[in-house]
Design a protein around this ligand. Structure first.
Ligand code: PLP
Length: 374
């Protein structure tokens, strides 16, 4: 019987929300390349290439630098389920939805959660975290979000790695909305565990979570008293799957996604990290200036605004912002994000990440918003 489901023909969209971002045609082409077996010697070379490029983008020498099969949340779980053993004290810095998700996972790991909070849109000072480390005594890890997608705030990481090390704690950083668009500098910042997602500043479809562990973090994982409760995300086994020369079967890597990530990383490195970060800053400044003209005010604290995700309070008099977002999608094919949690109805989140961070996209979204607000 013939299928009644029509051929897939999604509408054309300009993706300027909190993710996924636009994907370069080269990445889409790479995804349609014929498959290799995941243990084919040629695919093993591709895995090595991806690892090498991920190290460059994370700015790390960590041998354990891989892509977890799963989205950013799988990276987050992989980071925490490996680091946290039942009873371990973990300080989690919560300034939005994704900090709260970190806290939720620590609880599920049986960790003793020490939650630090600041109002959404603000960031943590080193002093605040130091005070908690002094007070709590033995702490297994400090977990923090570098780029809080729900508020548009960029958490400074300067000095945090050293502080954690001085107190014998690991530093776990969520770089889902920063990697490839904002410097993360894993080694310089002394980050022990860092994860990201492919669908933001790397401009690849969602499906893989870049992840890196410092040798110190990996050693602690290997010395665990209890088995990691997740079989799928146990990095000691995944390490053997990605280790050159070993490649012990663990699961079947999503081949087409690995092709896509390889191509998107090639694009990042062709552009160069510094020029890419500068491009994100330039287009963020432009869109924020235009949004100010439309009566929007920045949501995140001054000096701590993310260039990859531009969050603004909606203009005065706009009591219901959802119809405006709907009009942008229906009339212009442009996707932007609304607020989450306590920010529902109050903010817009305009992602200018990777391929989405282009001058023509800034102009398009500003023109469309101006029309919708008129
Ligand atoms: N962490 C942050 C900061 C995010 O922005 C997101 C997704 O938007 C995640 C984690 C979870 O990633 P995913 O939705 O790919 O599972």
């Amino acid at each position: 019987m013939a299928s009644t489901v029509p051929e897939l023909k999604p509408s054309s969209r300009l993706l300027l929300g909190p993710g996924p971002s636009m994907v370069h045609p080269r990445v889409l082409r790479a995804m349609s390349t014929p498959l290799l077996g995941h243990l084919d010697p040629e695919f093993l070379v591709i895995m090595n290439e991806v690892q090498g490029m991920l190290r460059t983008v994370f700015q790390t020498e960590n041998p354990f630098t891989i892509a977890i099969s799963g989205t950013g949340s799988a990276g987050m779980e992989a980071a925490l389920v490996n680091v946290v053993e039942p009873g371990d004290k973990v300080i989690v810095c919560v300034a939005g939805v994704f900090g709260a998700r970190l806290a939720e996972i620590v609880g599920r790991c049986g960790g003793q959660l020490v939650k630090l909070e600041v109002p959404w849109g603000q960031v943590f000072t080193l002093d605040r975290i130091e005070e908690a480390l002094r007070k709590e005594g033995r702490v297994r890890a400090v977990a923090i979000v570098h780029a809080e997608t729900s508020t548009g705030a960029q958490q400074p990481l300067d000095g945090l790695g050293k502080l954690c090390r001085d107190h014998g704690a690991l530093l776990v950083v969520d770089a889902v909305t920063s990697l490839g668009g904002v410097p993360v500098e894993v080694d310089r910042n002394g980050i022990d565990v860092c994860y990201s997602g492919t669908q933001k500043c790397l401009s690849c479809p969602p499906g893989l979570a870049p992840l890196t562990f410092s040798p110190r973090a990996l050693e602690l994982v290997r010395a665990r008293k209890h088995k990691v409760q997740s079989w799928y995300l146990d990095v000691s086994m995944i390490a053997d799957y990605w280790a050159d020369g070993k490649r012990a079967y663990h699961h079947t890597a999503p081949i087409s996604m690995v092709y896509a990530l390889r191509e998107s990383l090639r694009l990042v490195l062709e552009e160069g990290l510094e020029p890419r970060f500068a491009r994100h800053r330039r287009h963020s400044a432009a869109v924020m200036a235009g949004l100010a003209e439309l009566g929007c005010t920045p949501n995140a604290a001054e000096g701590h605004r993310l260039p990859s995700l531009n969050c603004v309070r909606t203009p005065e008099g706009v009591n219901d912002e959802a119809p405006i977002r709907k009009a942008l999608l229906a009339d212009h094919g442009i996707e932007i994000g609304g607020g989450l949690g306590p920010l529902v109805g109050k903010i817009w989140r305009i992602g200018l990440m990777g391929e989405s961070s282009r001058q023509e996209h800034v102009l398009a979204v500003l023109a469309a918003l101006e029309q919708a607000l008129a």
